[in-house]
Design a binder for this molecule. Structure first.
Ligand SMILES: [Mg+2]
Length: 273
């Protein structure tokens, strides 16, 4: 089977957002037309993000404001993946969450037994799992509690491995991976990361949709997250050159994407045949 056949054989498409469908508030040419056409082509789609500071509903609002079709089932964040992962691997576990209020409510919606309140307060002495997110509402008490629980043997799960979150004008925010490095330095415990490039991100989607990994295609602009997650999970990968990766970086990469396209407009043309 050629790579184009593999692509057309896929039933579910996972789309990175920034650098793939839009940049900031600028929607790329053909991006909305592709998303609107996918159901007619018999394809399902999910907008996929490693950002665990916002809830799925926040993305629905943003995507619709930009003009994209989006229902609740079309958004998947590393925070949601963490909820599913906890239910699959640690059912009924007592969990301490160090994350935003949005992540807190997201995990509650998956029925996770959180021992702390939205601010990170708890009087509990032991938990089964510590979950760390991209916590833009970080306070010292959360670090203190997380280290306490990890030193007492709690499992360490982190929503996403990113060191930094890119911002406009070349600025960055310290992200979940950097917070975890602090917790590891203090506790000696390393986290299991859920988000891209960990195959967990696709495995939980495959388990919840019933679509096998090889019929899932990840589309994105970053080799080391969007493409790597597909390669790690045995899924199909499409790199678009509309974001942070250029052709020279592809040429130098040890593992190549299944397809490299200028933008999602060309992906639409390939799927239409
Ligand atoms: Mg991107």
């Amino acid at each position: 089977m050629t790579n184009i056949d593999k692509l057309r054989n896929c039933e579910l498409f996972l789309f990175d957002m920034d650098g793939t469908l839009y940049l900031g508030d600028d929607v790329y040419e053909g991006a909305i037309a592709l998303m609107e056409d996918l159901p007619r082509l018999g394809k399902k789609y999910i907008y996929l993000t490693n950002n665990s500071s916002r809830a799925g509903v926040d993305y629905i609002t943003r995507l619709r404001r930009l003009g994209f079709p989006c229902e609740a089932e079309n958004v998947f964040t590393s925070g949601m993946a963490t909820g599913l992962y906890l239910n699959q691997h640690f059912p009924g576990a007592k969990v301490y969450l160090a994350g935003t209020k949005a992540f807190y409510r997201e995990l509650k919606s998956y029925g996770i037994d959180l021992v702390n309140d939205e601010q990170g307060h708890t009087d509990v002495f032991d938990v089964d799992v510590v979950v760390q997110g991209f916590d833009t509402e970080l306070v010292y008490e959360k670090l203190d509690k997380a280290v306490h629980f990890l030193r007492r043997g709690a499992k360490f799960i982190a929503a996403n491995p990113d060191w930094v979150c890119p911002m406009p004008a070349g600025e960055v925010l310290p992200d979940c991976g950097s917070i975890c490095a602090l917790l590891t330095a203090s506790s000696g415990v390393k986290p299991e990361f859920i988000g891209k490039p960990n195959r967990n991100m696709i495995d939980v989607i495959a388990a919840s949709t019933g679509i096998p990994n090889e019929k899932i295609c990840a589309v994105g602009d970053r080799l080391y997250t969007d493409i790597a997650v597909a390669q790690n999970a045995g899924s199909v990968s499409v790199l678009v050159l509309s974001g942070e990766t250029n052709q020279m970086m592809v040429d130098e990469a040890a593992r190549k994407p299944d397809l490299v396209l200028p933008s999602v407009k060309e992906l639409h043309e390939l799927l239409r045949g």
